[in-house]
Write a new protein. Sequence first.
Length: 266
Amino acid sequence: MNSGENVEGAAGSAVVEKDMLTPEERRYEALHTIKNHTITAMGVGILPVPGLDLVALTGVQLNLLRKLGALYGFRLSDEAGKKLLASLLSGYLPLAFAAPAASILKFIPGIGIAAGVLAQSTLAGATTYAVGKLFLEHFESGGNFLNFKTTSQKLRQKIAEGKEFVKFLLQEENLRPYIEGALGRWFPVTTASQASPFWQADRHRKAVWTQFTGGTTPFDFTKNWKFTILNNENVWAKAMNRVVSEKVPVDKAVDELITRIKQVAG
């Protein structure tokens, strides 16, 4: 599959990230980016609305390509990125049928929804992992967006590797240290992790535990998939950083935040 032939103008001038990192630091950051987007994609797969999960997943994978490209000195437009993803993923027939089928299962009440969520979450994480690893290896070998090429066999191998990564990540002994290492930023979905003393050892974490175990409110991207883009951009933390580190007035930082939300989500 030659995905690069459809992205004329996708590669632009070098960006700051490339020159700020050593090769080892850049590769580490790239792998970290792939991991985070894989986890986000798994969350998108849980969306109960059929079809919405597929749309939101494209946004996650597009953001992954942009971030990986930035690390290696390349820019990517939305249009060019969508063409790359379509060329890469549509060429693998099992995936072309499996993703819509998993999404459609969510139309079936009860067992259909559960099966669809599980299948789509796993597939979303695995394909996002595969996309990231294929482009990472391509960039590491000196390639760019314009000359990207791969094969169905290699994509299939990376998706299988991605499924193993998802399976590894969801094991209790791996998931719990990852969640608790974030010091309360994430809340576990397994009852075993929720019962960990970690959540009772600090009053702030205990407040989080009480909130989640008492009932949850769906993320904003269940109502508007474009919030996945805002989530990946980390716009809320950036607004806080503007106030704390850059000493920007609070009202100015909030106005900038609201403007960006309106630009992306409407």
